[in-house]
Design a binder for this molecule. Structure first.
Ligand SMILES: Cc1ncc(COP(=O)(O)O)c(C=O)c1O
Length: 362
Protein backbone atom coordinates (compact mmCIF):
# COMPACT_ATOMS: atom_id res chain seq x y z
CA UNK A 1 0.00 0.00 0.00
CA UNK A 2 1.40 3.44 -0.89
CA UNK A 3 1.96 6.12 1.75
CA UNK A 4 -1.40 7.71 2.47
CA UNK A 5 -0.44 11.17 1.26
CA UNK A 6 -2.30 12.50 -1.77
CA UNK A 7 -3.01 15.83 -3.43
CA UNK A 8 -6.55 16.22 -4.79
CA UNK A 9 -7.03 18.76 -7.55
CA UNK A 10 -10.56 20.07 -7.90
CA UNK A 11 -10.91 20.95 -11.57
CA UNK A 12 -14.41 22.39 -11.19
CA UNK A 13 -13.00 24.81 -8.60
CA UNK A 14 -10.28 25.85 -11.05
CA UNK A 15 -12.87 26.65 -13.71
CA UNK A 16 -15.03 28.42 -11.17
CA UNK A 17 -12.10 30.60 -10.08
CA UNK A 18 -11.21 31.47 -13.68
CA UNK A 19 -14.79 32.60 -14.22
CA UNK A 20 -14.58 34.70 -11.03
CA UNK A 21 -11.56 36.45 -12.57
CA UNK A 22 -13.53 37.10 -15.74
CA UNK A 23 -16.63 38.32 -13.95
CA UNK A 24 -14.60 40.56 -11.62
CA UNK A 25 -13.61 42.67 -14.60
CA UNK A 26 -16.76 42.17 -16.67
CA UNK A 27 -18.28 45.50 -15.70
CA UNK A 28 -15.41 47.53 -17.16
CA UNK A 29 -16.65 48.46 -20.65
CA UNK A 30 -15.52 45.92 -23.25
CA UNK A 31 -14.93 42.85 -21.06
CA UNK A 32 -11.26 42.02 -20.71
CA UNK A 33 -9.93 38.68 -21.84
CA UNK A 34 -7.97 36.68 -19.29
CA UNK A 35 -4.69 34.86 -19.65
CA UNK A 36 -4.84 31.79 -17.43
CA UNK A 37 -1.40 32.02 -15.83
CA UNK A 38 -0.18 28.41 -15.85
CA UNK A 39 3.53 28.98 -15.33
CA UNK A 40 5.43 26.84 -12.83
CA UNK A 41 3.44 23.76 -13.86
CA UNK A 42 0.23 25.69 -13.21
CA UNK A 43 1.47 26.78 -9.79
CA UNK A 44 2.14 23.14 -8.94
CA UNK A 45 -1.26 21.88 -10.08
CA UNK A 46 -0.06 20.30 -13.35
CA UNK A 47 0.14 22.22 -16.61
CA UNK A 48 -1.74 19.79 -18.84
CA UNK A 49 -4.34 19.09 -16.17
CA UNK A 50 -5.03 22.79 -15.60
CA UNK A 51 -4.96 23.68 -19.29
CA UNK A 52 -7.38 20.87 -20.08
CA UNK A 53 -9.75 21.83 -17.28
CA UNK A 54 -9.84 25.40 -18.58
CA UNK A 55 -9.82 24.56 -22.28
CA UNK A 56 -13.34 25.66 -23.10
CA UNK A 57 -13.29 28.84 -21.00
CA UNK A 58 -9.71 30.16 -21.12
CA UNK A 59 -9.04 33.02 -23.53
CA UNK A 60 -5.34 32.16 -23.51
CA UNK A 61 -2.52 30.65 -21.47
CA UNK A 62 0.46 32.49 -20.03
CA UNK A 63 3.59 30.63 -19.01
CA UNK A 64 7.38 30.76 -19.19
CA UNK A 65 8.91 27.82 -21.00
CA UNK A 66 9.01 27.45 -24.73
CA UNK A 67 8.98 23.71 -24.23
CA UNK A 68 5.79 23.87 -22.15
CA UNK A 69 4.17 26.15 -24.73
CA UNK A 70 5.04 23.76 -27.54
CA UNK A 71 3.70 20.87 -25.45
CA UNK A 72 0.37 22.72 -25.18
CA UNK A 73 0.26 23.21 -28.94
CA UNK A 74 1.20 19.56 -29.56
CA UNK A 75 -1.62 18.56 -27.23
CA UNK A 76 -4.02 20.49 -29.44
CA UNK A 77 -4.54 23.74 -27.52
CA UNK A 78 -5.29 26.51 -30.02
CA UNK A 79 -5.71 29.49 -27.68
CA UNK A 80 -3.18 32.33 -27.72
CA UNK A 81 -0.08 31.56 -25.63
CA UNK A 82 1.94 34.28 -23.92
CA UNK A 83 5.57 33.72 -22.92
CA UNK A 84 5.91 35.83 -19.78
CA UNK A 85 9.71 36.03 -19.83
CA UNK A 86 9.84 36.28 -23.60
CA UNK A 87 12.40 34.37 -25.59
CA UNK A 88 15.97 33.74 -24.55
CA UNK A 89 17.93 33.43 -27.80
CA UNK A 90 17.32 33.91 -31.53
CA UNK A 91 16.93 30.16 -31.98
CA UNK A 92 13.66 30.38 -30.00
CA UNK A 93 12.06 32.69 -32.52
CA UNK A 94 11.38 30.03 -35.14
CA UNK A 95 9.23 28.17 -32.60
CA UNK A 96 7.44 31.38 -31.61
CA UNK A 97 6.47 31.93 -35.23
CA UNK A 98 5.69 28.29 -35.99
CA UNK A 99 3.57 27.70 -32.89
CA UNK A 100 1.97 31.12 -32.68
CA UNK A 101 3.51 32.13 -29.35
CA UNK A 102 3.56 35.73 -28.13
CA UNK A 103 6.79 36.68 -26.35
CA UNK A 104 7.02 39.45 -23.77
CA UNK A 105 9.83 41.73 -24.87
CA UNK A 106 11.81 43.48 -22.18
CA UNK A 107 15.23 44.27 -23.77
CA UNK A 108 15.99 46.21 -26.92
CA UNK A 109 18.25 43.40 -28.17
CA UNK A 110 15.20 41.17 -28.40
CA UNK A 111 13.61 43.58 -30.87
CA UNK A 112 16.82 43.58 -32.91
CA UNK A 113 16.81 39.79 -32.92
CA UNK A 114 13.23 39.65 -34.16
CA UNK A 115 14.08 42.05 -37.00
CA UNK A 116 17.14 40.01 -37.94
CA UNK A 117 15.32 36.68 -37.82
CA UNK A 118 13.41 37.16 -41.08
CA UNK A 119 10.47 35.20 -39.77
CA UNK A 120 7.77 34.03 -42.20
CA UNK A 121 5.07 35.86 -40.14
CA UNK A 122 4.84 39.14 -38.28
CA UNK A 123 5.38 38.29 -34.64
CA UNK A 124 2.88 39.72 -32.14
CA UNK A 125 4.63 40.86 -28.98
CA UNK A 126 3.92 42.14 -25.50
CA UNK A 127 6.12 45.10 -24.72
CA UNK A 128 6.97 45.06 -21.05
CA UNK A 129 7.30 48.45 -19.38
CA UNK A 130 9.13 48.77 -16.09
CA UNK A 131 6.95 51.06 -14.01
CA UNK A 132 8.49 50.33 -10.64
CA UNK A 133 8.79 46.60 -10.13
CA UNK A 134 12.38 46.92 -11.40
CA UNK A 135 12.49 43.33 -12.50
CA UNK A 136 11.87 43.20 -16.24
CA UNK A 137 11.00 45.86 -18.77
CA UNK A 138 11.85 49.11 -20.48
CA UNK A 139 12.41 52.29 -18.51
CA UNK A 140 11.21 55.69 -19.77
CA UNK A 141 14.68 56.63 -21.06
CA UNK A 142 14.76 53.48 -23.22
CA UNK A 143 11.44 54.23 -24.88
CA UNK A 144 12.80 56.43 -27.73
CA UNK A 145 14.98 53.50 -28.87
CA UNK A 146 12.05 51.13 -28.58
CA UNK A 147 9.82 53.41 -30.61
CA UNK A 148 12.49 53.84 -33.24
CA UNK A 149 12.89 50.08 -33.50
CA UNK A 150 9.14 49.58 -33.81
CA UNK A 151 9.03 52.24 -36.56
CA UNK A 152 11.75 50.64 -38.66
CA UNK A 153 10.84 46.99 -38.09
CA UNK A 154 8.34 45.27 -40.32
CA UNK A 155 8.73 42.02 -38.41
CA UNK A 156 6.17 42.75 -35.72
CA UNK A 157 2.48 42.05 -35.47
CA UNK A 158 0.21 43.50 -32.77
CA UNK A 159 2.14 45.23 -30.02
CA UNK A 160 0.46 45.04 -26.60
CA UNK A 161 1.71 47.25 -23.80
CA UNK A 162 2.05 45.57 -20.45
CA UNK A 163 3.37 46.24 -17.00
CA UNK A 164 3.31 44.30 -13.75
CA UNK A 165 2.16 45.66 -10.41
CA UNK A 166 4.55 45.29 -7.49
CA UNK A 167 2.15 46.24 -4.69
CA UNK A 168 -1.40 45.73 -5.87
CA UNK A 169 -1.86 43.59 -2.76
CA UNK A 170 -0.43 46.17 -0.37
CA UNK A 171 -0.84 49.63 1.06
CA UNK A 172 1.03 51.45 -1.69
CA UNK A 173 -1.38 50.16 -4.30
CA UNK A 174 -1.13 50.83 -8.01
CA UNK A 175 -1.74 54.54 -8.63
CA UNK A 176 1.97 55.38 -8.65
CA UNK A 177 2.69 52.69 -11.25
CA UNK A 178 -0.34 53.59 -13.34
CA UNK A 179 0.89 57.16 -13.48
CA UNK A 180 4.25 56.03 -14.81
CA UNK A 181 2.57 53.65 -17.24
CA UNK A 182 0.33 56.39 -18.64
CA UNK A 183 3.33 58.70 -19.04
CA UNK A 184 5.22 56.01 -20.97
CA UNK A 185 2.17 55.26 -23.08
CA UNK A 186 1.75 58.85 -24.18
CA UNK A 187 1.86 59.17 -27.94
CA UNK A 188 0.98 55.53 -28.56
CA UNK A 189 -2.04 54.68 -30.62
CA UNK A 190 -5.11 54.28 -28.43
CA UNK A 191 -5.77 51.13 -30.41
CA UNK A 192 -2.71 49.53 -28.88
CA UNK A 193 -3.96 46.81 -26.48
CA UNK A 194 -2.97 46.95 -22.82
CA UNK A 195 -2.47 44.26 -20.14
CA UNK A 196 -1.80 45.22 -16.54
CA UNK A 197 -3.71 43.31 -13.91
CA UNK A 198 -2.61 40.31 -11.85
CA UNK A 199 -4.96 38.64 -9.34
CA UNK A 200 -4.63 41.39 -6.74
CA UNK A 201 -5.45 44.11 -9.25
CA UNK A 202 -8.32 42.12 -10.77
CA UNK A 203 -9.91 41.81 -7.34
CA UNK A 204 -9.09 45.21 -5.86
CA UNK A 205 -8.70 47.47 -8.90
CA UNK A 206 -10.91 46.00 -11.66
CA UNK A 207 -10.76 49.39 -13.41
CA UNK A 208 -7.23 48.39 -14.52
CA UNK A 209 -8.60 45.52 -16.63
CA UNK A 210 -8.10 47.05 -20.12
CA UNK A 211 -7.81 44.37 -22.84
CA UNK A 212 -6.21 41.40 -21.10
CA UNK A 213 -5.84 40.52 -17.42
CA UNK A 214 -3.40 37.95 -16.05
CA UNK A 215 -4.89 36.02 -13.11
CA UNK A 216 -2.53 33.54 -11.45
CA UNK A 217 -2.95 32.70 -7.78
CA UNK A 218 -6.68 33.37 -7.73
CA UNK A 219 -7.22 30.59 -10.28
CA UNK A 220 -5.85 28.15 -7.75
CA UNK A 221 -8.01 29.48 -4.93
CA UNK A 222 -5.27 31.43 -3.17
CA UNK A 223 -5.76 34.98 -1.98
CA UNK A 224 -3.22 37.54 -3.17
CA UNK A 225 -3.90 39.54 -0.01
CA UNK A 226 -2.66 39.09 3.54
CA UNK A 227 -5.74 40.95 4.82
CA UNK A 228 -8.55 39.25 2.87
CA UNK A 229 -9.17 35.55 2.53
CA UNK A 230 -9.95 33.76 -0.72
CA UNK A 231 -13.47 32.81 0.39
CA UNK A 232 -14.39 36.49 0.66
CA UNK A 233 -13.99 36.65 -3.14
CA UNK A 234 -15.86 33.35 -3.59
CA UNK A 235 -12.63 31.63 -4.65
CA UNK A 236 -12.54 27.89 -4.01
CA UNK A 237 -9.48 25.84 -3.07
CA UNK A 238 -8.22 23.74 -5.97
CA UNK A 239 -5.44 21.72 -4.29
CA UNK A 240 -6.15 19.81 -1.09
CA UNK A 241 -3.21 17.97 0.42
CA UNK A 242 -4.48 14.91 2.31
CA UNK A 243 -2.71 12.39 4.48
CA UNK A 244 -3.34 10.21 7.54
CA UNK A 245 -2.11 9.70 11.07
CA UNK A 246 0.35 6.83 11.02
CA UNK A 247 1.22 6.62 14.71
CA UNK A 248 0.16 8.09 18.04
CA UNK A 249 2.47 8.86 20.97
CA UNK A 250 1.24 9.48 24.51
CA UNK A 251 3.80 11.76 26.17
CA UNK A 252 4.20 13.19 29.65
CA UNK A 253 5.03 16.76 30.64
CA UNK A 254 8.66 17.57 29.89
CA UNK A 255 8.89 15.25 26.85
CA UNK A 256 9.90 16.90 23.60
CA UNK A 257 8.77 16.25 20.05
CA UNK A 258 10.86 15.84 16.90
CA UNK A 259 14.34 16.90 15.80
CA UNK A 260 15.98 19.46 18.01
CA UNK A 261 13.24 19.01 20.63
CA UNK A 262 11.83 22.41 19.77
CA UNK A 263 8.43 21.59 21.28
CA UNK A 264 8.21 20.58 24.95
CA UNK A 265 4.96 19.28 26.46
CA UNK A 266 3.74 21.24 29.48
CA UNK A 267 1.22 18.53 30.37
CA UNK A 268 0.46 14.97 29.23
CA UNK A 269 -0.35 15.01 25.49
CA UNK A 270 -1.45 12.77 22.65
CA UNK A 271 0.74 13.37 19.63
CA UNK A 272 -0.31 12.28 16.14
CA UNK A 273 2.40 11.52 13.59
CA UNK A 274 1.32 12.48 10.06
CA UNK A 275 2.69 10.97 6.84
CA UNK A 276 3.82 14.28 5.36
CA UNK A 277 7.14 16.06 5.54
CA UNK A 278 9.26 18.58 3.76
CA UNK A 279 10.13 16.06 1.06
CA UNK A 280 6.43 16.16 0.17
CA UNK A 281 6.54 19.94 -0.09
CA UNK A 282 5.31 20.85 3.38
CA UNK A 283 7.36 23.85 4.53
CA UNK A 284 10.08 22.80 6.96
CA UNK A 285 10.03 26.24 8.53
CA UNK A 286 6.35 25.87 9.61
CA UNK A 287 6.58 26.36 13.38
CA UNK A 288 4.74 24.55 16.18
CA UNK A 289 1.20 25.89 16.12
CA UNK A 290 0.69 25.78 12.36
CA UNK A 291 -2.97 24.83 11.74
CA UNK A 292 -3.81 21.33 10.50
CA UNK A 293 -7.09 19.40 10.21
CA UNK A 294 -7.40 15.93 11.74
CA UNK A 295 -10.67 14.07 11.19
CA UNK A 296 -12.16 17.38 10.12
CA UNK A 297 -11.14 19.11 13.37
CA UNK A 298 -8.66 21.93 13.53
CA UNK A 299 -5.55 21.37 15.62
CA UNK A 300 -1.89 22.37 15.36
CA UNK A 301 1.50 21.00 14.45
CA UNK A 302 4.11 20.26 17.10
CA UNK A 303 7.88 20.51 16.76
CA UNK A 304 10.01 20.52 13.64
CA UNK A 305 8.78 19.16 10.34
CA UNK A 306 10.92 16.19 9.29
CA UNK A 307 11.57 14.92 5.80
CA UNK A 308 8.67 12.45 5.73
CA UNK A 309 6.64 13.16 8.86
CA UNK A 310 5.31 15.87 11.08
CA UNK A 311 3.61 15.80 14.45
CA UNK A 312 0.34 17.32 15.59
CA UNK A 313 -1.62 17.68 18.79
CA UNK A 314 -4.43 15.15 19.29
CA UNK A 315 -4.93 15.99 22.98
CA UNK A 316 -8.32 17.58 22.32
CA UNK A 317 -9.34 15.01 19.71
CA UNK A 318 -9.82 11.76 21.65
CA UNK A 319 -11.67 10.17 18.74
CA UNK A 320 -8.69 10.71 16.40
CA UNK A 321 -6.02 8.03 16.09
CA UNK A 322 -4.08 5.91 13.64
CA UNK A 323 -5.58 6.23 10.14
CA UNK A 324 -7.52 9.39 10.94
CA UNK A 325 -7.65 11.59 7.83
CA UNK A 326 -5.54 14.73 7.81
CA UNK A 327 -5.78 17.83 5.65
CA UNK A 328 -2.53 19.80 5.45
CA UNK A 329 -4.16 22.55 3.37
CA UNK A 330 -7.04 22.99 0.97
CA UNK A 331 -10.69 22.13 1.57
CA UNK A 332 -11.53 23.20 5.12
CA UNK A 333 -8.12 24.75 5.81
CA UNK A 334 -7.05 27.58 3.48
CA UNK A 335 -3.52 27.21 2.15
CA UNK A 336 -3.13 30.94 2.82
CA UNK A 337 -3.57 30.32 6.54
CA UNK A 338 -0.99 27.54 6.64
CA UNK A 339 1.35 29.65 4.54
CA UNK A 340 0.96 32.67 6.82
CA UNK A 341 1.75 30.53 9.87
CA UNK A 342 4.88 29.34 8.07
CA UNK A 343 5.92 32.86 7.06
CA UNK A 344 5.29 32.33 3.37
CA UNK A 345 2.51 32.60 0.77
CA UNK A 346 0.23 29.99 -0.74
CA UNK A 347 2.01 30.40 -4.09
CA UNK A 348 5.08 28.79 -2.54
CA UNK A 349 3.16 25.93 -0.91
CA UNK A 350 1.47 25.00 -4.18
CA UNK A 351 4.62 25.25 -6.28
CA UNK A 352 6.60 23.19 -3.78
CA UNK A 353 4.29 20.15 -3.93
CA UNK A 354 6.78 17.35 -4.46
CA UNK A 355 6.69 15.01 -7.41
CA UNK A 356 6.54 12.02 -5.10
CA UNK A 357 3.04 13.05 -3.93
CA UNK A 358 0.39 11.20 -5.95
CA UNK A 359 -2.14 13.55 -7.52
CA UNK A 360 -5.78 12.71 -8.14
CA UNK A 361 -8.32 14.85 -9.94
CA UNK A 362 -11.74 15.33 -8.47
C1 LIG B 1 3.90 39.03 -15.50
C2 LIG B 1 2.96 38.33 -14.58
N1 LIG B 1 1.65 38.46 -14.76
C3 LIG B 1 0.76 37.86 -13.97
C4 LIG B 1 1.17 37.06 -12.91
C5 LIG B 1 0.15 36.42 -12.03
O1 LIG B 1 0.24 36.95 -10.74
P1 LIG B 1 -0.72 36.46 -9.56
O2 LIG B 1 -0.40 35.01 -9.36
O3 LIG B 1 -0.34 37.28 -8.39
O4 LIG B 1 -2.09 36.68 -10.05
C6 LIG B 1 2.53 36.90 -12.70
C7 LIG B 1 2.99 36.10 -11.57
O5 LIG B 1 4.01 36.27 -10.97
C8 LIG B 1 3.46 37.54 -13.56
O6 LIG B 1 4.79 37.42 -13.37
Amino acid sequence: MPRPIQACIDLAALRHNYLIAKSSVAGQGQPARAWAVVKADAYGHGLMRAATALADVADGYALLDLEAAVALRDAGFRQPILLLEGFFEPADLGACAEYGLIPCIHRIEQLHMIRAAALPVRLPIYLKLNTGMNRLGFTPDQMPDVRHELAVSSALGTVTLMTHFAEADGGRGIAWQLERFEAMREGWSAACPVSLANSAAILRYPQTAHDWVRPGIMLYGGSPFADADAASFDLKPVMTLHSRILAVQEIVAGERVGYGGTFEAQQPMRVGVVACGYADGYPRHAPSGTPILVAGQRTQTLGRVSMDMLACDLSTLPEAGVDSPVVLWGEGLPADEVAAAAGTISYELFCALARRVPVVEV
